[in-house]
Design a protein around this ligand. Structure first.
Ligand SMILES: C[S@@+](CC[C@H](N)C(=O)[O-])C[C@H]1O[C@@H](n2cnc3c(N)ncnc32)[C@H](O)[C@@H]1O
Length: 486
């Protein structure tokens, strides 16, 4: 399930870009795109050049920006960049900062993408820092080409600090916010290992230079350093923010802030099938958590799917017994579960599935039967089952997206491929192996199951909380329960 609907409500890319329009408008785009007989336009998301041109054309058509994206640097994903800027807009509005806003972008990259978008979209004054001289030079060129020097100042950072260097020359410098998209990885090995060898190669192109992707200690240490430095400049920057690529790092950083009693809030940046997180903290008297609450909260208002359980036998038809049966099924499926509430008329469990063990049960049973009937032949079949696991799973996953939607959804997630996280590179629509294996720490499905007694009926309510399989995962697990409840 694509996450586009969870994009920031003001993100223009909630409506996927019109490829036909780009095809007509930009010769460059028409050179890398294909138009089929029905007039549908598609591009090869595996081709970094295609991604670069797509992003360049979108920057031009949607923001009037003329940007050169160097071939050896990241192609910035626009849906994600916008999600971050829109969240900062919300933070600024919440503290009544509306005019003459100044922001700081730490590690602005060769496109100076955040300063450029912030300047044209919001007329914010932006300071961008960069430690890679080549990227800095390209960034300066991009700012000059767009005549935005009056709003954007770029600074070389030759120091080991993240923000301290800015205040050494000018301790009176005041900015409303800082933002940052840190390099994710601590080493080439970290970058390489973030992708499990068990997974097929990513479907989308990967771009980015080592200096953009790697930093000592990875993003966790980078952000910790920023938090530490922020203490010394608590009155120079009203709200500190950073983007985070891994949820487990977000959790660690929240613990750090909590331990220091620093006010903070978080958000999710959803685009395509990839989620990133935003963390903001302040030393000012702003209750930012309540002013701009974490977005996950609103997502939890998912409508549960309900099912009235058929009565199997009078003695067994009670919520305790049903809950025990479901727990046994969850154990069999390696779905972790925990009792949340037990009342006279309801039992509530939460559950987390890290891998899909519920699909193709019939097929698996058939294989098993054949194994019993014909041992040597079955050995071969079993082998096939393992190697073709992905193909088999693909059959089982109901995919309600048309090819058209696939292309659109790819736009948002591809781009993530061009970002710094290879681990999520393969989260493309067609890659249903994700439905089966989840090499990240992200759950495949996380939900809540409520078994309740309602007017002599036992009702099962299942609610989706999060997970890469989306609500479809909940429907599949419910189907498994229906099929196996005896
Ligand atoms: C993941 S890239 C992000 C680039 C751009 N902001 C974007 O979102 O596309 C991280 C950038 O931070 C820069 N960087 C790393 N450490 C830095 C530091 N201490 N000061 C300034 N820039 C730094 C890198 O050179 C790289 O360009």
């Amino acid at each position: 399930m694509a996450l586009n609907k969870f994009m920031h409500p003001r993100n223009i890319y909630r409506t996927p870009p019109d490829f036909c329009k780009l095809f007509k408008e930009f010769e460059e785009f028409s050179n890398i795109a294909k138009m089929d007989v029905s007039g549908k336009v598609s591009i090869d998301f595996k081709d970094p050049q295609a991604l670069r041109i797509l992003t360049k054309c979108l920057l031009k058509s949607d923001f009037g920006l003329d940007v050169i994206i160097p071939e050896d640097r990241l192609v910035p994903t626009l849906p994600l960049r916008l999600n971050y800027i829109l969240w900062i807009e919300d933070l600024m509005t919440s503290i009544h900062r509306e005019d003459s806003i100044t922001g700081l972008d730490i590690g602005t990259g060769a496109c100076a993408i955040y300063p450029l978008l912030s300047a044209v979209k919001n007329k914010w004054y932006m300071v961008g820092t960069e430690k890679d001289e080549q990227s800095l030079q390209k960034a300066v060129d991009n700012v000059t080409r767009n005549n935005l020097q009056h709003l954007i100042k770029l600074r070389n950072n030759t120091s080991a600090s993240l923000i301290e260097h800015l205040f050494l020359d000018d301790d009176g410098l005041r900015v409303d916010f800082c933002m940052c998209n840190p390099p994710f990885y601590s080493s080439f090995q970290d970058l390489y290992e973030s992708r499990s060898p068990a997974r097929p190669p990513p479907k989308n192109a990967f771009t980015g230079s080592p200096q953009e992707l790697i930093t000592e200690g990875g993003e966790l240490e980078f952000c910790r350093k920023l938090i530490k430095e922020s203490e010394a400049f608590k009155n120079n920057i009203l709200i500190f923010t950073t983007m985070i690529g891994h949820k487990y790092n977000l959790k660690e950083l929240i613990l750090d802030l909590k331990a220091k009693g620093i006010r903070h809030t978080t958000t999710e940046f959803c685009q395509g099938r990839v989620t990133r997180w935003g963390l903001a903290w302040t030393y000012q008297d702003f209750d930012i958590y309540n002013l701009v609450p974490p977005r996950e909260k609103s997502r939890k208002k998912n409508v549960p799917v309900s099912f009235v359980l058929p009565e199997l036998s009078k003695q067994c038809h009670n919520i305790e017994n049903i809950s025990e049966k479901i727990k046994t099924m969850f154990d069999r499926l390696e779905i972790q579960h925990k009792l949340i509430t037990k009342r006279r008329n309801e039992i509530i469990l939460n559950f987390t599935a890290l891998r899909n063990n519920w699909s193709n049960q019939r097929r698996k049973r058939r294989f098993l039967k054949r194994t019993e009937e014909d041992e040597p032949k079955a050995q071969k079949v079993k082998q096939l089952d393992v190697t073709n696991e992905k193909c088999i799973e693909i059959d089982s996953v109901s995919c309600d997206q048309t090819k058209d939607e696939e292309q659109k959804s790819l736009l948002n997630e591809t781009i993530i491929n061009t970002e710094n996280n290879i681990a999520t590179c393969s989260l493309v629509l067609n890659d249903n192996s994700k439905q089966n294996k989840n090499d990240n720490e992200n759950p495949l499905v996380q939900g809540i199951i409520k078994i309740s007694n309602k007017v002599n009926q036992i009702v099962l309510d299942m609610e989706y909380i999060e997970g890469s399989a989306g609500k479809e995962g909940i429907h599949q697990i419910l189907q498994y329960i229906k099929n196996n409840l005896k």
